[in-house]
Design a protein around this ligand. Sequence first.
Ligand code: F3S
Length: 395
Amino acid sequence: MYLTKEQEEILNGRFGWAAAKALEIIVKVGEFLGADSLVKISHAHVSGISYSNIGKHGLELIHEFFRKGGKARVFTTINPGCLDYSGYSQVIDDAYRTEQGLIDEALSGMGFKPIYTCIPYYYRPPVAREHLAWGESSAVIFANSIYGAKTNREGGPLALASALTGYTYRAGLHLDENRVVRVRVVVHPEVNPSLYGAVGLWIGEFVKKTPVLLNTPKVVVHRLGDVKNALASSAASGNHALVVVEGLTPRNTYMADIEENIEITLDSIDEYLANPPPPERGLVLGYLGCPHTLPEELLEVVRLLRRYGPVKRGRLLITIPREFASKYWFLVKEAKSLGADIAAGTCPVVSKLRGRFDYVLTNSGKAYFYLRRVHGLRVGLTSVKEVVEYVCGRR
Ligand code: F3S
């Protein structure tokens, strides 16, 4: 692989052990993937920082880089941890407070911005054709598809390595020749945006090449939350990192060479989704905020709670970026006063749950996909409105 003089110096230890080790990892992975050089990035987003997911070995790896002088060489943000950083959630367990605290100390010691969220684009929206090294599949697909930025789906350690060096390998979606749409997916008009979690899961499961999504109702352009849900879901059930959305994806960031046409109808979704109804008895968790809520989504939930609340059946958990607990304290306070449980900087997929739930009702295709696997829960998928109506005893 061709390396510049500066990259050679990093590799030879001029900037310390941590940067050298990190670049060595990137070069090895890049060579394996056929990259001929490295590319400078402007933002690293590090996933895999929740103790609940990475355990003792992950903690030790992060701490080793910290102890041996690791420092961010580029703007770096971090994904959710396993704690509710507002400290009030009754649903998220704080069993790993000490261990997560050690991870958090190392990350902020290395200069990473402690945003603890899977929507880093809310804090620093990427620009078209900008190179990034992001972990967190839902954020990666959003950056590529909505902003036209260029990032592969990095694992936590590789995104960490990019943070400590400012580089990633030039391969995959960093190259224009790999940003080619092959499948035209037409969403039938009867499939309304509240079903976009299911649409995303369907695409992840059945569409293997890069798709372009057509005929998405105009309303979606104004409701980014629905698109966020669809993209995150397709990245959860499949390997997608780029789904072109007609009318949203910047035109000069992909090419088209269509090989196949597919239509998604209500029937195809019904056939695919095993969507068990809530049980007659047992504790139900309503869950919203996967990926974390945008401000307008949080406001929408509060409005629904005003209309249907308070929560009187099971629990309603809403997960938000850490900063929202203080920035949107008035919405958080009102949601809590109407019986919602708010967790900031975490989510049920990357943390332990307090207590045992018999069923989860969510609007998120990604949560539907992972909560069954991670916590072995029965999960139903529906719209935001129906989740709120259910926990408020209106259904
Ligand atoms: Fe974010 Fe957790 Fe969902 S990290 S994308 S809320 S699984």
